[in-house]
Each structure stands twice: as structure tokens, then as C-alpha cells.
Design a protein around this ligand. Structure first.
Ligand SMILES: Cc1ncc(COP(=O)(O)O)c(C=O)c1O
Length: 392
């Protein structure tokens, strides 16, 4: 089945005693009881399917997890309270029984950098950075550093670089490490990391999958080797998503392929328009034939889909001119998120990469003039018209 069909049907239609609900209900019960205590005993022992306590499992979460597992082609999933919680638990699962060393792409979402530096490093996990687009550097760092886990984003935030995850996965697997890929920007419409050899895939559900700016959540989709570790970690620590959010995420995912197609098409139009504007400097967009990772994009991504994130520099832009541009926008929403139905603008220096020192930002190529757009599903001409009037 194609992803468009899975998005509509997977996870739903679990039988009730007398009927089948067409969509999964919100199951708020924390606790489940059975006629025979023996059944509950077997469910606790995981010898029998069933629910006992919502931190372990919940029918609404289970339906969402089945759906996302299908979209990413995994062995199982864990729905978490946020994308960051998902990332933390994916890394913990990867490091269980492995060397406590993380080799991380040097272009990551700011909070992911903080997670490594402020949560894992103080626990004596060693962190090393690498240019994930430079295979020779990845090979050398893996051989020398011997990581237990390698972390990358399928499309980096905010410069939209695309690392060769298939080749990285081969290097990582040969070194008996685990590859964790944050697939939030690309989504399974563009690329499915597990099919490319990754071991664990993370999403901020908050973004494209849920898509309407009303759910905070995350999900880890795992290969067969890590799913039990992940479930055991979850039972012990309880990072789970609430059933209301699970329901909303499932509802959002039904239209995710439709939205994503439209958003990708709009992004192509917006990026081409920006490239021609005299007030705009560099435009970062994966459809650009001159993109530094064009060959990888061509090899890995679904033809014709390049994502709906566009980053660009204001020509000779400064913090003040970026603020002026953002304040002048009337339709585009100034908001710290992405992937929603509405077009959003974000200033990485102020928000997603605020915690990163100016020196490190400079090294990452994130300048004071850089603006990140998440293109929505509105009419492309309306988005362009708003950008045009704001650029002046
Ligand atoms: C690439 C990426 N990963 C993870 C996250 C974290 O997700 P959440 O805000 O749901 O915790 C974000 C949030 O912006 C993100 O952009």
C-alpha cells in the first residue's frame, strides 16, 4: 500500500464487542481490569496482548504508534510527549549496551544540541561533532572515536543540508553503532530512514505529521532490534503522549500526504520567487540544482518532493532589518514552529538556535541575516504577495 492510503487507514478500526468504530476513540482510562487476574498477570508479563496501565500502553497511543510504524516501515513505535522527549529516548535506546559516545552531525536543531551538551554530556556521555555531508569525515570519525550512536537530521535545520544517510548507515552499522535520524523536516513522504539502514527514526509530531498547530508530541519509530529496549525504557521513565494528543495526531496524519504535496509545491514556487528578488541573498532549498547535496537528494528523496522549508538571507541583512521584515508580514505567521497548514517565519538566531554561541552559529553558517520559512497550504500567490510587500 502507498503512504497516502496508509495515512488514512492504518491503526484504526479496532473491534469493540458489538461494532467497529471508524476512527480510534480517545481512551482516557489509566487502568484496565479483566475477569480473571490470570489474564492481567499474562498481560503484565507481555505473554498476552492487552492493556493494563496507560504508562505502559494505551489503545489510542497504540493506534497512533501502529499508524506511524506503517508510514516509516518500522517494527514498532513509541509516542512521546514531545519531539525532544522522543529524541532523548531514541538516543538512550541506541546507547543501551553500547559505548557511551555520540557522534553528532554538526548541523542540528538548537534544542538537540542542548540535549547532547546539557543532558547527555553531564552523564559522562562523550560527544563528538562531524560534518555529516562529508563521508570521509564520517568514516574517519567513526573509526577513531568508535561511537555507540550517530545522530543526524534527514534535512538539517535551518540550512537544509541533506546527508547521505544510506552511506552513513553502512558505516555506522559496520562499526556496530546505531544510527538515529530525526526525520521531522523530510517526513516519510520524502524519505524513510529505516529503509535506508537507520536504526531509530524520530519525529516531532508537532510539525508536519499533526500539522495544525494544536498538538505537541513526538514519536520514535524503531527497527526490530531496538523496540523492546525502547518499550522497557518507556515503562521505567514514562515519557508517553497523552491520549487526547494521540487522537489529534492521528486525525492530522490522515491528511498529511495531501498537505505535504501541496506544501512542497508551494515551496518550489516561493523559493524560485525569492531567488529572483533583489532584496534576497542566498536561498537554501533542496530543489535547487546547485544545492551542495543535489546528488544525495536525487538518490534519496521521492522524485518531485523537496520539502516545504525554505531558508534565505536578507541581502546585507541585520537583526534590525530582519525584525522589520518580520513585523511587516500580514499573512505569514511569526511563530516558533514549522510544518503547519499556515506559512510561518522564524528567525533562527532568536529562536531555534538562540542557545548556540554566536561563534558556533557563524561556524554553522547561521548568520544574523538568515530567515527560515515553513511554507503552508495557502494559495502560493498569496504567500508570495505577503513576502513581496514585507520585503518592500
Ligand atoms: C528538527 C526538529 N527536531 C525536533 C524538534 C523538537 O520537537 P518538539 O518541539 O515537539 O519537542 C524540533 C522542534 O522544532 C525540530 O525542528
Amino acid at each position: 500500500m502507498k503512504i497516502e492510503t496508509k495515512a488514512v487507514h492504518s491503526g484504526d478500526r479496532k473491534k469493540l464487542p458489538d461494532s467497529v468504530p471508524v476512527t480510534t476513540p480517545i481512551n482516557t482510562a489509566t487502568t484496565y481490569l479483566y475477569e480473571k487476574t490470570e489474564d492481567l498477570d499474562r498481560i503484565f508479563a507481555r505473554e498476552q496482548a492487552g492493556f493494563c496501565y496507560s504508562r505502559y500502553d494505551n489503545p489510542t497511543n497504540a493506534a497512533l504508534e501502529e499508524l506511524v510504524t506503517d508510514l516509516e516501515g518500522g517494527a514498532g513505535a513509541l509516542a512521546c510527549a514531545s519531539g525532544m522527549a522522543a529524541l532523548q529516548f531514541a538516543i538512550q535506546a541506541a546507547l543501551t549496551d553500547r559505548r557511551k559516545k555520540i557522534l553528532a552531525a554538526n548541523a542540528l536543531y538548537g534544542a538537540s544540541v542542548s540535549l547532547l551538551m546539557n543532558v547527555f554530556a553531564p552523564l559522562d556521555v562523550e560527544i563528538r561533532w562531524v560534518d555529516i555531508c562529508d563521508l570521509e569525515a564520517v568514516r574517519a570519525a567513526t573509526a577513531e572515536f568508535q561511537p555507540g550512536c550517530v545522530l543526524m537530521e534527514s534535512v538539517s535545520n535551518p540550512l537544509l543540508r541533506v546527508g547521505p544517510m544510506d552511506e552513513v548507515a553502512r558505516i555506522v552499522s559496520a562499526a556496530r553503532a546505531a544510527l538515529v535520524v530525526d526525520n521531522t523536516f523530510a517526513t516519510p513522504m520524502l524519505v524513510r530512514p529505516l529503509e535506508q539502514g537507520a536504526h531509530l527514526v524520530v519525529h516531532s509530531l508537532t510539525k508536519y505529521l499533526a500539522g495544525h498547530g494544536d498538538v505537541l508530541g513526538g514519536v520514535i519509530v524503531s527497527d526490530a532490534a531496538h523496540i523492546e529496549t525502547l518499550r522497557a525504557l518507556s515503562r521505567a521513565c514514562g515519557p508517553v503522549l497523552g491520549p487526547f494528543e494521540s487522537y489529534l495526531a492521528m486525525r492530522g496524519i490522515k491528511t498529511f500526504p495531501l498537505r505535504m504535496e501541496r506544501q512542497c509545491a508551494n515551496a518550489v514556487r516561493v523559493a524560485s520567487w525569492l531567488r529572483e528578488h533583489p532584496g534576497v541573498g542566498r536561498v537554501h532549498f533542496p530543489a535547487d540544482p546547485a544545492h551542495p547535496d543535489a546528488a544525495t537528494i536525487e538518490r534519496l528523496f521521492t522524485p518531485g518532493l523537496y520539502g516545504a522549508m525554505v531558508s534565505f538571507d536578507l541581502r546585507n541583512g541585520s537583526r534590525e532589518s530582519v525584525f522589520r521584515f518580520m513585523d511587516a508580514l500580514r499573512l505569514v505567521v511569526r511563530g516558533t514552529s514549522l510544518g503547519d497548514v499556515h506559512t510561518m517565519v522564524l528567525y533562527p538566531v532568536m529562536s531555534s538556535h538562540r542557545e548556540i554561541s554566536p561563534k558556533q552559529r557563524e561556524r554553522m553558517g547561521i548568520r544574523d541575516s538568515l530567515i527560515r520559512l515553513s511554507v503552508g497550504i495557502e494559495a502560493a500567490e498569496d504567500i508570495v504577495a505577503d513576502l513581496e510587500q514585507a520585503l518592500g
